[in-house]
Design a protein around this ligand. Structure first.
Ligand SMILES: Cc1cc2nc3c(=O)[nH]c(=O)nc-3n(C[C@H](O)[C@H](O)[C@H](O)COP(=O)(O)O)c2cc1C
Length: 166
């Protein structure tokens, strides 16, 4: 079972969660940025997992990403947005799951938009979207969230066995 975990991450929290999810899925899973996740990288994947931060109550827009240049902590904008990545993905038949990093209290959802985008491209949902929580504006992740991400990855691998994809 080949799995790819794709992330958008401006301050590193979503990237860390993506790596933990890939660890949980197993040795056949790889975490890659939206910049690295070319159509070739997805080729032959049985499971596509994608995640992004919740910024301004939404999956980051190009405008929001641009405005983060003014933040006290410089963002990493070297990879494309998850929005533009989703708009360009080739149609596929892999299973999918979406996640986001965010505060506990916030309204809005990034993972919901990713989930919709993946399904629109033909990637059927394996599991409901997941949320992983940060402590402050730029992180770090709350204690235990990386363990929870690993456990979520392992649960996705088990669900894949259930649908005959392992
Ligand atoms: C400018 C800015 C806006 C944010 N807006 C929200 C928000 O609307 N809701 C929320 O839950 N978290 C919000 N956060 C917290 C981020 O979602 C959180 O830090 C996330 O883990 C960042 O992911 P990254 O490190 O992968 O870029 C915001 C953070 C920043 C810096």
């Amino acid at each position: 079972m080949k799995a790819v975990v794709i992330y958008e991450s401006l301050w590193g929290n979503t990237a860390a969660v993506a790596r933990a999810i890939a660890e949980g899925i197993g040795p056949e899973a790889r975490a890659v940025s939206t910049g690295e996740a070319t159509p070739q990288a997805l080729d032959g994947a049985d499971l596509v997992v994608a995640g992004a931060p919740l910024l301004g109550f939404r999956l980051p827009t190009e405008g929001m990403r641009e405005s983060t240049r003014k933040e006290a902590r410089p963002p990493d904008l070297s990879s494309p947005s998850m929005r533009s990545w989703l708009a360009a993905i080739p149609r596929g038949h892999a299973r999918s799951a979406a996640f986001e990093t965010r505060f506990r209290w916030s309204p809005g959802s990034a993972a919901g938009a990713i989930d919709k985008g993946l399904q629109a491209a033909g990637y059927a949902r394996l599991a409901p979207p997941a949320k992983f929580l940060v402590q402050g504006k730029y992180g770090p992740l709350r204690d235990g969230e990386l363990d929870r991400a690993r456990a979520w990855g392992a649960s996705l691998a088990r669900a894949m066995q259930g649908v005959g994809g392992a």
